[in-house]
Design a protein around this ligand. Structure first.
Ligand SMILES: N[C@H](CCC[C@H](N)C(=O)O)C(=O)O
Length: 270
C-alpha cells in the first residue's frame, strides 16, 4: 500500500505529514517509529496525521520519533497551516488558531498551566523552581503548554551536555508522563535555547518548547513580551501576557512530497 506524505520542517524540526482526509490510514506507534526511522524509513522528529474534524478546519495527531503519541506540536502546527490553509486545528491539547503573516505563519498555543498536577509532576512542589538538581541544572521552571516542559536558565546553553542530562531529566520518575527539557539564557537580542525533546531527543527547534521558555523568562522577569526565541534551527517570536493564550510566529518549509510503500518499511526494534 502506498502512503502519500509531505516532508516539512519548522526551523529544522522535521515532520512527515500524512493527510488522512484523502487516504485511509491507521497510524500505530510501531508504524510511526518505522516511518520516523532515519535509515529505514523517511526520517522525522515527529509524524503528523491530518484528519477531518467537527470542531475545527482540520485535526492533527502527533507521534514522536519513538512512537509515543502526544498532545501538541507548535512547529508542526505552523506546517499544517501552511500546507492546508486551515485557520483552526484541533489537537489533543485543544484548538490551535493559525494564519499566514507574510512569509511566516502565526499560531496560538493554549494558555500555560503551572499547577504541579497539570504539568504533571508526581507530587506537590513549587513548579517555578523545582527542588531537584540534575548535574549543573537546577531551579527548573516547569510549565504545561498543552504538553509538558521544564526550562533551566544557564549561563551558556551550548556548554550544557544535553545528550546526557536530557534523557536523565526526560525519564525521571518525578515526571510521570516524561517531559521536554530546555536550557536557555536571555541576551540583548532575546532568548537563546537548546532542546531535548520528549520522545525525539535533540532537535534543531521546539515550538512548544520556545513557548514554554518564553513563558518562564517572562514570568521570572528575565524578559518581556513579545520576545524573540533563537534556537539552533532558527528563531520564532512569542507573544504572551499572564492569563492569555500564547502566540508564536515563525517559518514553515515544504521540502518534498512522496509516496511510501508501507510493505517496504523495515520493522524497527521497539
Ligand atoms: N516532543 C514533544 C512533541 C513535539 C513538540 C515540538 N516538536 C514542537 O514543535 O512543539 C512532546 O513529546 O511533547
Amino acid at each position: 500500500m502506498a502512503l502519500h506524505f509531505h516532508k516539512m520542517h519548522g526551523l529544522g524540526n522535521d515532520f512527515v505529514i500524512v493527510d488522512g482526509r484523502e487516504q485511509g490510514v491507521t497510524i500505530t506507534p510501531e508504524l510511526a517509529r518505522d516511518i520516523a526511522d532515519r535509515h529505514r524509513g523517511v526520517g522525522c522528529d515527529q509524524l503528523i496525521l491530518i484528519e477531518k474534524s467537527n470542531k475545527a478546519d482540520v485535526s492533527m495527531r502527533i507521534w514522536n520519533h519513538d512512537g509515543s503519541e502526544v498532545e501538541s506540536c507548535g512547529n508542526a502546527a505552523r506546517c499544517v497551516v501552511a500546507l492546508t490553509g486551515a485557520g483552526t486545528i484541533a489537537t489533543p491539547a485543544g484548538v490551535i488558531e493559525g494564519s499566514a503573516r507574510g512569509s511566516d505563519i502565526e499560531v496560538s498555543i493554549v494558555e500555560p498551566s503551572f499547577d504541579w498536577q497539570r504539568i504533571p509532576i508526581s507530587y506537590a512542589m513549587d513548579t517555578s523552581a523545582l527542588p531537584m538538581q540534575w548535574g549543573p541544572l537546577k531551579n527548573g521552571f516547569a510549565v504545561n503548554v498543552g504538553n509538558p516542559h521544564v526550562v533551566f536558565f544557564v549561563d551558556d546553553p551550548d556548554t550544557v551536555n544535553l545528550d546526557q542530562r536530557g534523557p536523565e531529566i526526560e525519564n525521571d520518575p518525578v515526571f510521570p508522563e516524561r517531559i521536554n527539557v530546555h536550557v536557555a539564557t536571555v541576551r540583548d537580542d532575546g532568548i537563546h535555547m537548546r532542546s531535548w525533546e520528549r520522545g525525539a531527543g535533540l532537535t534543531l527547534a521546539c515550538g512548544t518548547g520556545a513557548c514554554a521558555t518564553a513563558v518562564a523568562a517572562i514570568a521570572t522577569k528575565r524578559a518581556t513580551s513579545p520576545v524573540e526565541v533563537h534556537m539552533p534551527g532558527g528563531s520564532v517570536t512569542i507573544t504572551w501576557e499572564k492569563g492569555e493564550k500564547l502566540l508564536m510566529r515563525g517559518g514553515a518549509t515544504h521540502v518534498f512530497e512522496g509516496d511510501l510503500e508501507l510493505e517496504h518499511l523495515a520493522r524497527c526494534a521497539s
